[in-house]
Ligand binder design. Structure first.
Ligand SMILES: Nc1ncnc2c1ncn2[C@@H]1O[C@H](COP(=O)(O)OP(=O)(O)OP(=O)(O)O)[C@@H](O)[C@H]1O
Length: 358
């Protein structure tokens, strides 16, 4: 092994793109410290909470780059907080780095469950996350998370969201009675969505996850005009009918120029708790095949999980996501894939280096 030097270590890693901005880490001040002791390198790497879900994989990737540059070396990357990147905001007052829409072509495929679990999973990894239920016709987020109450209006006439732990949540469900049907005309829908987005005190967020109403493109269009949308996640079940609707959702997002981060196959197999066998009740693998056909990433599958269904019915989804690692594992995989796909988009089109500092 040739002598391991600080220069060799830095040269091996400094061109690696920051997952959030896509800019080379050597230029962003994220390589905080490199120390070398014989064949051992220790790197302190700054990553923002936006990248929390994939921090381990970024660290492993950099360690392997050092070893490739200097075979026989040992490298250890220690991730430390890095907050020099200011949130991008599309509307006055919004400080949200990435807005992600979760949609489906068809109702009842588990879109709200996926949206809420994605938000909870990203938060568990350490990101700052908000959840907006834009499914104004059938808001189910309050039920899934066991939230109730009316949002207060602040002195500055802004909406104080209801909180699920630390996570700000806004839903039409907080404003209408549970059994009341909401009838919307186009302009009202447009107005309420803009109000939810722009007048809610979201605070500073890495991610705002938006649960979309099924089907219609109106809300996607309204949102895409109001803020830059980082991307969309399309949820479907493995059945052919759901897949056909998912194709419609993908083409709707494409029409309004919202990038597709990928497809999630929900209800992908049922693991029977009695005998440990898996039954493919709605089929399996359909979404992966369809994603390939449509040239969109496949993010992963969520099995039919009785515990998840009961948790949703009882408003304990957040509790289960916080305490049940096995139930959370498939969603964590999907959350990592979402952040990874955002990172590759950032690497393909890096943010301008002149971003202000926080
Ligand atoms: N993977 C899963 N395992 C078990 N139950 C699930 C799963 N995904 C969703 N469910 C249950 O299916 C029902 C519908 O889910 P959800 O409300 O998330 O669907 P949706 O697509 O948002 O529906 P809608 O369009 O009516 O709002 C809920 O009772 C939920 O708990």
């Amino acid at each position: 092994m040739s002598e391991l030097s600080i220069e060799t270590v830095r040269a091996a890693i400094e061109s690696h793109p920051d997952p959030e901005t896509g800019r080379p880490m050597g230029k962003t001040g994220q390589i905080v410290e490199v120390t070398v002791d014989g064949k051992n390198a220790h790197i302190k790497l700054g990553l923002s909470s936006h990248s929390a879900a994939i921090a381990d994989e970024v660290a492993a990737m950099l360690e392997s780059k050092v070893v490739a540059a200097s075979p026989g070396a040992n490298a250890k990357v220690e991730v430390v907080p890095h907050h020099r990147i200011a949130p991008r905001s599309g509307q006055a007052g919004l400080k949200i780095k990435s807005v992600i829409l979760v949609g489906s072509g068809k109702g009842g495929v588990g879109k709200s469950t996926v949206a809420a679990s994605l938000a909870l999973s990203l938060q568990q990894f350490g990101s700052r996350v908000g959840l907006m239920d834009a499914d104004v016709y059938g808001p189910s987020v309050p039920q899934l998370l066991g939230l109730e109450g009316r949002p207060a209006i602040t002195e500055a006439k802004r909406i104080e969201p209801i909180r699920c732990g630390d996570m700000p949540v806004m839903s039409m469900g907080f404003l209408v009675e549970r059994d009341q049907a909401v009838i919307w005309r186009g302009p009202m829908l447009h107005g309420s969505i803009n109000q939810f987005l722009g007048e809610t005190e979201w605070g500073e967020l890495d991610y705002l996850i938006i649960d979309m109403p099924p089907g219609t493109g109106d809300v996607a269009l309204t949102l895409s005009q109001a803020v830059p949308i980082a991307g969309s996640v399309v949820v479907c079940t493995p059945q052919e009918v759901a897949l056909l609707d998912a194709i419609k959702a993908i083409s709707m997002f494409r029409k309004v120029n919202i990038p597709i981060l990928g497809m999630v196959e929900n209800m992908s197999g049922f693991l029977c708790p009695d005998n440990g066998k898996t039954y493919d009740i709605f089929g399996r693998g359909g979404a992966r095949a369809k994603a390939e056909e449509l040239d969109v990433p496949f993010l992963g599958g969520l099995p039919i999980d009785i515990g998840l269904r009961i948790a949703g019915d009882e408003g304990r989804l957040a509790e289960v996501m916080a305490n049940d690692e096995q139930a959370r594992a498939p969603m964590d995989k999907i959350a990592r894939a979402v952040v990874r796909n955002l990172a590759s988009k950032a690497a393909a089109a890096p943010a301008k280096p002149s971003l202000p500092t926080l």
